[in-house]
Design a protein around this ligand. Structure first.
Ligand code: FAD
Length: 462
């Protein structure tokens, strides 16, 4: 239940959240539960919207949602889908297994790939959902008055004890604290770290992704039930592909990754592509892989006939080369992709952003107690407590989230048999993937909360 907001405006801690993606919206819902806080969410677009693609969250990320706000976890549960099998399957997507003609029993025998290993995900692995469905559910819980649309932040500056935010439409607003959840090209990060600082900008990883949501009926028809309904990583040289079910098994999500040697010259991170382009990347791979590639961008007419193929290509950018040296400066901080934009090979960027959100809600709870309750620190200013809260957040969250950025690049090499420590050896590949996955899945949330509390007290010199 929500706590009542006091009438005394002076006492309110005014927090500006810039960016209404998964991280900004979930954080807003978390902070709205705290007393003595006024939250405003500024979004540059005219609506809160997500793309039509899948996103998966570990059990650990879902536990963070639960602690952050019952509205966030309820939104996730309303739309998420479980993998049928507690194991994730990794297959050799490149070398086709020999199935003698006489031994073929079903039309899906051609879709067989050699299983390399399986990773036990049990109760710790991912539940997947359609991004737009998840965001739409969260938005249902968001009071209208909290969100300001068409507010593209261009600059902020400190004036006295408060911050002035300037938006592209010329309007201004003020706040006691700013949290940049404005994604990979974060303007808040640029202002916080300096526009001349290379760490203010993400870099191109020279990888591109093709994404698609295939109707499950069509996926089963082409691939067979088992492959279409369960998460499967197709490994191979220089590229890889992942599929998993979403939207209560009505859709199969596909992400296919390939290399691009040339620089990315498009202004946006998405550019039109063709089915031929993705088929070319996977030419000579197993029939299952080329069949999935062929399904990308397929549009079926009323009779179920494939009529047109249109496809987008996503440039994969990250902050691997120039990590942010800090996530906080005074009463301004960054969270989610704004702080640690990662390539998506662990499928955990948004989950880490949710962890950030829980960390921020935790330190704000402490800060409010300081401002309103603790006699020994009465008289401490809002900016002192928020600075201590953000310093604690920075200290506790930076290592784990920057590790994710590095590990995601490294694990991608394992998927593509380019990790010199593993090569194509399935046992070594499994070990490499497993320890990384476990670091993400078995996260000590209570430990993080305790560490935040003690860091906060340290920075407040208590
Ligand atoms: P964003 O979603 O980018 O939201 C930023 C918001 O800020 C936007 O609404 C934008 O309009 C707004 N904004 C930007 N600039 C301004 C401004 N100046 N003023 C006002 N508003 C502004 N993660 C997972 O956890 N699991 C997965 O399975 C997964 N799969 C992925 C697959 C792919 C192919 C990719 C590319 C990523 C994947 N990720 C996954 C990562 C995940 O998508 C991101 O980490 C997550 O969406 C980041 O959310 P965010 O809210 O930080 O940023």
């Amino acid at each position: 239940h929500r706590l009542p907001v006091p009438q005394d405006d002076e006492a309110l801690l005014r927090i500006a959240i810039v960016g209404g993606g998964i991280v900004g919206v979930s954080l807003t819902l978390g902070l709205l539960r705290l007393p003595n806080i006024q939250v405003k969410l500024y979004e540059q677009a005219s609506t809160l919207r997500e793309i039509g693609a899948g996103v998966a969250f570990t059990t650990n990320a879902q536990r963070c949602m639960e602690l952050l706000s019952p509205d966030v976890i309820a939104s996730m549960r309303a739309v998420s889908t479980k993998n049928e099998d507690p194991y994730y399957t990794y297959v050799d997507g490149y070398h086709s297994p020999e199935v003698p003609e006489g031994q073929k029993k079903s039309k899906h025998d051609d879709m067989k790939e050699t299983q390399l290993f399986r990773l036990f995900a049990g109760n710790t692995g991912f539940d997947a959902c359609h991004r737009a469905h998840f965001l739409d559910e969260m938005v249902k819980h968001l009071p209208e008055s909290v969100v300001q649309f068409r507010k593209r932040l261009v600059m902020y500056e400190k004036r006295g004890d408060e911050y002035v935010l300037r938006f592209e439409d010329g309007s201004l607003d003020t706040a006691d604290a700013i949290i940049g959840c404005d994604g990979i090209k974060s303007r808040v990060r640029q202002v916080l770290l300096g526009v001349d600082n290379p760490a203010s900008y993400p870099g191109f990883t020279h990888q591109v992704a093709f994404r698609g949501l295939i109707r499950m009926g069509r996926a089963v028809e082409v691939l067979g039930k088992d492959k279409a309904h369960n998460q499967c990583m197709h490994m191979g040289p220089g590229a890889h592909m992942l599929n998993f079910p979403v939207a209560q098994h009505t859709l199969m999500n596909v992400v296919a990754f390939g290399a691009q040697a040339e620089e990315w010259t498009h202004e946006k991170m998405v550019a039109p592509a063709s089915r031929e382009e993705v088929l070319e990347i996977f030419r000579g791979w197993c029939p299952a892989v080329t069949a999935i590639a062929g399904l990308l961008g397929e549009v079926l007419d009323e009779d179920g006939v494939s009529t047109r193929a249109s496809l987008d290509k996503w440039a994969i950018f990250d902050t691997y080369d120039n990590p942010a040296p800090t996530y906080a400066d005074g009463c301004v901080c960054i969270a989610g992709d704004a702080a640690h934009a990662t390539s998506p090979h662990h499928g955990a960027g948004a989950g880490m952003g949710i962890e950030d959100g829980l960390a921020l809600a935790t330190v704000f709870e402490q800060a409010i107690k300081t401002l309103h309750g603790q006699p020994e620190v009465r008289g401490t200013s809002k900016s002192e407590v928020v600075s201590a809260a953000f310093a604690a957040y920075n200290r506790v969250r930076r290592d784990r989230t920057q590790w994710l950025v590095r590990s995601s690049r490294e694990v991608s090499r394992t998927y593509e048999w380019a990790n010199p420590d593993c090569g194509m050896d399935p046992e070594k590949c499994l070990k490499d993937i497993e320890w990384r996955a476990h670091k993400i899945w078995y996260f000590d949330i209570d430990g993080m909360i305790k560490e935040l509390a003690s860091s906060y007290r340290h920075f407040l010199s208590l």
